[in-house]
Design a binder for this molecule. Structure first.
Ligand code: ASP
Length: 327
């Protein structure tokens, strides 16, 4: 009798798995891309363009939900513990790899608690300042930073955000301390920068290109090793050529489902992502903002996971050396 009960439980479990897979996407149920930062910022923008491009290949409505806070870790935790039916997925950036070193009590395991669905794009960052800043190039900015001794406000999107990492490296390269001002995303930080409430911000080109073009902020440098080709950004020097040896930050985005999502559901999501990344409209929108859509093996789960593990190993010691962490 006992044996029959356990067998039937197994059958129920197996059936539940196939039901998820066979029905995915569940009729009339949207797929939600959880974004770990505020609406209107660079991660949100990638998510919304991606949602549009994934809709058709997935055969489902794709919506975006902003779950901002704690540098992206609140959203990651939410998705790690979400239903494994494929309808809740996370779009996150490099913060996925920096948060294990920054947060001593991360409530999830970055490698173990997610199915890796594939990488999406790589995005350079730009160092920008308020429009009233009395410096017009990187050399003048450095002089102003020296004179301003400890009174500079540097915005970011919280501990673990890309802007936080970039700001950390920038302060350490110049050996200066700035007052960091955390926001729920770089969309609100950008508003404050334009209004002069903060002095500096390091943010993805997907958020800064149009502001630089419209001269609503001052741009000083890019964080890549080579200059960019985007018209509005092509005259900006790299931080390396400006004297900050070895300075390089490129932000990448990837998609994740909760661990335990059936493999055929993950495969359907991965196929829709691959189709989106080949969509000429999506590619055009991304390139206009300085982003490069991933077109290599990292659009596959195993290579995406390996890349993130390598990034955790790369950034861990750098963050530990900076002595920054949250309890
Ligand atoms: N770009 C931001 C950061 O990580 C987050 C955002 O608002 O998308 O700094």
């Amino acid at each position: 009798m006992k044996k029959i009960i356990s067998l039937s439980l197994l059958t129920v479990a197996a059936l539940t798995q196939t039901t998820f897979a066979a029905e995915f996407p569940i009729k009339d149920k949207p797929v939600t891309i959880v974004v770990p930062f505020a609406a209107g910022g660079p991660t949100d923008r990638v998510a919304r363009d991606l949602a549009e491009a994934m809709r058709k290949p997935l055969g489902a409505t794709v919506v975006v939900e902003n779950v901002a806070g704690a540098g992206g870790t609140i959203a990651s935790n939410k998705v790690a513990k979400a239903s494994q039916d494929g309808h809740t997925i996370l779009l996150h950036h490099i913060g996925m790899a920096t948060s294990p070193a920054l947060y001593r009590k991360l409530p999830y395991n970055t490698i173990e608690d997610f199915e890796y669905l594939g990488m999406v794009n790589e995005v350079p960052m730009t160092l920008i300042g308020r429009p009233t800043l009395p410096a017009n190039n990187f050399k003048e900015l450095q002089d102003w930073i020296k004179q301003s001794k400890g009174t500079i406000n540097l915005g970011n999107a919280g501990l673990g955000a890309a802007s936080h990492l970039c700001g950390l490296l920038f302060q350490s390269a110049l050996q200066v301390d700035m007052t960091t001002v955390p926001y729920k995303g770089t969309a609100p930080a950008m508003n404050d920068l334009m209004g002069g409430q903060i002095d500096l911000l390091c943010d993805q080109t997907t958020n800064t290109t149009s502001q630089i073009e419209g001269k609503t902020v001052k741009a000083f440098a890019v964080t890549t090793t080579k200059r960019l080709t985007t018209p509005a950004l092509k005259n900006l020097p790299t931080l390396q050529e400006s004297g900050l040896k070895g300075f390089e930050v490129t932000i990448w985005h990837g998609l994740y489902a909760p661990k335990g999502t059936p493999s055929d559901v993950s495969a359907k999501l991965n196929n829709a992502i691959k189709a989106a990344l080949k969509n000429p409209e999506f590619i055009k929108k991304q390139e206009a903002l300085g982003a490069i859509v991933v077109n290599d093996k990292r659009i596959n789960s195993a290579e995406h996971k390996k890349f993130v593990a390598d990034e955790i190993a790369k950034w861990g010691p750098i963050i530990q050396a900076a002595g920054v962490y949250a309890d």
